[in-house]
Design a binder for this molecule. Structure first.
Ligand code: SF4
Length: 406
């Protein structure tokens, strides 16, 4: 299992797999082929189907700016290793090809070169325990909690890393609460975070809590939709949930930044386990791997913050994922806007609900977190590709607003 630094990445939205990953791949390819005269990038499968809405072409063109580049879309061709594949080619004099590289964007902003794909499993062994069961056993033997396990594995400077991540998460929420207007793209959706935040101040306690969670989650997700700077948690599409839950709890109970950072460590561990044993890529397993994973992370973080035991935290994480099983990815017009933005707002409220439910229990429950992760993986593989970030099924197919835009 890799470092949690791979879960939390700071970068421009709107999509970790369709924007951040391709941008990173383009930067690396350009650095290796600076002398080439022109370039060609072919996008396959899901990257080609929803790449326009997710601004994949813009992200790549921005990197190559000033150099001739052709983008080719091949939605009908899907590579076996992962559906988010892109072929970079560099040309010299007389159109002679100087270099080519097939790269996959496998979720959460991570890229994998075709020639290295078999080595991934061998390299990712930073964490000695790769399942929740193993970590719970360790916890029972040592008396330590999840965040202590993360800090022990990640090393001394990890607290500083999480401090920066938390500070960017808060900044993104502030930006999103401040900015108003219409989101980019053809759907004509207005930003809601600012007005929800103002209205929350006039409401009774229960409605106010939900409204604040909505406002914070909307703020981050709307920033993401506008290509603003966000932190993947674990992806761009699902980046609104965890920061909203953490800020809401910090403001409600005066938690110190230190406590929030420990909760971030635990949330990162949960995201890492899901990524290791299933997937956090909407193109691979649908939205259960993005919003489901984010809700699971936030639920675990919330349970820890309010004093949950390790088994209660595990239960909270399990429920956050379990109740998103089967959730499809069907973004209208290929944009990370609808259903994505509202889904983050509801995911934040659900994370608080599942954490409360777990805290009321003694931590015992029927289905373990590891089993739910396995079920999510299988469900994702059984889902038809229509529902895995292709915008060919579900809401993307039936919403009238999509007409003329695909
Ligand atoms: S529907 Fe979910 S998985 Fe798909 S793009 Fe939106 S947030 Fe990501």
């Amino acid at each position: 299992m890799e470092s949690i630094r791979e879960i939390y990445k700071v970068g421009k939205g709107p999509s970790s797999s369709h924007t951040m990953g391709p941008r990173k791949a383009a930067l690396e390819f350009l650095a290796k082929n600076e002398k080439a005269i022109k370039f060609k990038v072919t996008l396959f499968g899901s990257l080609a189907l929803t790449g326009k809405g997710h601004l994949t072409d813009k992200a790549i063109e921005e990197v190559f700016k000033g150099k001739p580049i052709e983008i080719v879309w091949k939605p009908e061709e899907t590579k076996e290793f992962h559906s988010n594949a892109m072929l970079f080619q560099a040309f010299g004099e007389n159109d002679s090809m100087q270099a080519d590289e097939l790269v996959y964007s496998v979720g959460g902003g991570r890229i994998v070169n075709d020639s290295e794909k078999d080595k991934i499993q061998m390299e990712s062994n930073l964490y000695p325990y790769r399942t929740m069961a193993g970590i719970l056993d360790w916890s029972q033997q040592t008396g330590k909690s999840f965040w202590e396990y993360v800090f022990e594995v990640e090393g001394d400077d990890f607290e500083d890393f999480l401090t920066d991540i938390w500070s960017q998460m808060k900044q993104t929420i502030l930006n999103g609460l401040e900015n108003e207007g219409v989101l980019p793209g053809p759907l004509g959706l207005r930003r809601k975070a600012s007005s929800y935040h103002v209205r929350s101040k006039t409401m009774g306690k229960h409605l106010q809590n939900n409204s604040l969670l909505f406002a914070y989650a909307l703020a981050t997700s709307e920033e993401n939709a506008c290509g603003g700077i966000v932190v993947t948690a674990p992806t761009c599409g699902s980046c609104g949930i965890l920061p909203a839950v953490l800020l809401f709890l910090q403001k409600s109970y005066d938690f110190t930044d230190r406590k929030i950072i420990r909760a971030l460590a635990t949330a990162g561990l949960i995201g890492n386990l899901i990524k290791e044993n299933a997937s956090i890529s909407g193109a691979e397993v649908g939205c259960q791997g993005e919003v489901g994973a984010a809700c699971s992370m936030a639920s675990a973080a919330a349970a820890q913050l309010v004093g949950g035991s390790t088994s209660q935290i595990e239960y909270a994480a399990e429920m956050g994922l379990e109740h998103h099983l089967g959730l499809t990815c069907d973004p209208i017009a290929g944009l990370v806007q609808a259903p994505c933005i509202e889904r983050n707002a509801h995911g934040a409220v659900r994370a608080i609900d599942t954490a409360s439910f777990a805290i009321l229990s003694d931590g015992t429950h029927l289905v373990s977190f590891d089993e739910t992760v396995e079920a999510m993986k299988q469900t994702g593989h059984d889902l038809p590709s229509l529902y895995k970030e292709t915008s060919l099924g579900g809401l993307a197919k039936f919403s009238k607003r999509r007409e003329g835009y695909m």
